[in-house]
Design a protein around this ligand. Structure first.
Ligand code: NAD
Length: 338
């Protein structure tokens, strides 16, 4: 990956922005692409892009990846060596009311990216999956060897579908692919639709916060810098194709596709009630807590088994929730001037 161009989709998004900054700091050439949609305040996306623009090695293309011809043209022009695909319609609850957005952004666009990678002979496609594929698994920590056949939101179904589609392209065309199942990422420049932002905003405004599953919900909150470290390390190490493989008469003994899926999380789930305690400490202000029942599509607990990522790329998330929340709050205050 060192000398080639990295095509980074979702570069105006939360994780994509941070991955872009890291790659640029390492001296990589990055072409960012994003449609800067209005799922949440596009001004935040524009602000992230403005922070990236001063880098000479960064260029940006505003494009909807569901546009088949536009995406094909982009791959033709950029000829990326590595693709990090983070663009998607995120959010579990939004998928209950806006199902079509998920088909366009997560399935049609993903197919266009796969086709682009195939035709451009991309060396590695690393793409975002999600912990939501585990559904109401019940058993934690979640392991990539667990069956994940029962998604309980359309968002989760599209992320599982991405993994299936990636496997097909890895198998048929020997495209090296790695899926990353992210677990509740948080930190500066984070997402306004996620709990940490919503709680922070409400606490500062003296408004009540709703704690689903009566605050007993547990999430494997993972700090953005730890995520970026994992993404970059994974992207640098594509799964290796087996040279003896033939797609005309695949021998199951040697037809292992260059395909992998990893969990990328913290392996330390926190109860929402504890998150609120930590936020109160960082903000110096008490929350007004409203306990509410579970929401459809949500799961009670997430926790990542990250042994495979630790073994393969030395992944070792290091940021305690108290430190990560403090950094988020400092950024939030600065960004909003509050
Ligand atoms: P984000 O919404 O901040 O970023 C996604 C970006 O993709 C946005 O800027 C959006 O404008 C762009 N986008 C959406 N549809 C597009 C399209 N059709 N064409 C071009 N751009 C498009 O989300 P994020 O938190 O940065 O998430 C990045 C990836 O990680 C997503 O795939 C998401 O599903 C996945 N993920 C995130 C989390 C998390 O906790 N943040 C957890 C699990 C999975």
């Amino acid at each position: 990956m060192a000398s080639e161009t990295v095509l980074l989709t979702g570069s105006a998004g939360f994780i994509g922005f941070h991955v872009a900054r890291r790659l640029l700091a390492e001296g990589r050439r990055v072409v960012g692409v994003d449609n800067v949609n209005a799922y949440y305040d596009p001004r935040l996306k524009e602000a992230r892009l403005a922070a990236l623009q001063p880098h000479n090695a960064f260029s940006f293309e505003k494009l909807d990846l569901a546009d088949r011809d536009g995406t094909a043209r982009l791959f033709d022009e950029v000829k990326p060596g590595t693709v990090i695909h983070l663009a998607a319609q995120a959010g579990v609850r939004y998928s209950l009311t806006n199902p079509h957005a998920y088909i366009d952004a997560n399935l049609v666009a993903f197919l266009n990216v796969l086709e682009g990678c195939r035709h451009a002979g991309v060396g590695h496609l690393a793409y975002a999956s999600s912990s939501s594929v585990y559904g109401a698994n019940g058993k934690t920590p979640f392991s990539t060897s667990d069956p994940v056949d029962h998604p309980i939101s359309l968002y989760a179904a599209t992320k599982k579908a991405n993994e299936l589609m990636a496997h097909t392209y890895s198998h048929l065309y020997r495209l090296p692919t790695t899926g990353l199942r992210f677990f509740t990422v948080y930190g500066p420049w984070g997402r306004p639709d996620m709990a940490m932002w919503i709680f922070t905003k409400a606490i500062l405004a003296g408004q009540p916060i709703q704690l689903f599953n009566h605050g007993r919900m547990r999430r494997d909150f993972t700090y953005i810098d730890d995520i970026v470290e994992g993404v970059v390390r994974v992207a640098e190490r594509p799964p290796q194709p087996d040279p003896a493989w033939s797609n005309l008469n695949p021998d199951p003994a040697i037809s292992n596709a260059p395909y992998r899926v990893y969990n990328i999380g913290n392996h330390r789930p926190e109860e929402l009630l504890h998150l609120v305690d930590v936020l109160e400490a960082a903000l110096g202000k008490k929350a007004i807590r409203e306990l509410a029942p579970m929401q459809p599509g949500d799961v009670a607990e997430t926790c990542a088994d990250v042994d495979a990522l630790a073994r393969d790329v030395g992944f070792a998330p290091a940021t305690p929730i108290e430190v990560g929340v403090e950094r988020f709050v400092a950024w939030y205050r600065d960004y909003h001037g509050v």
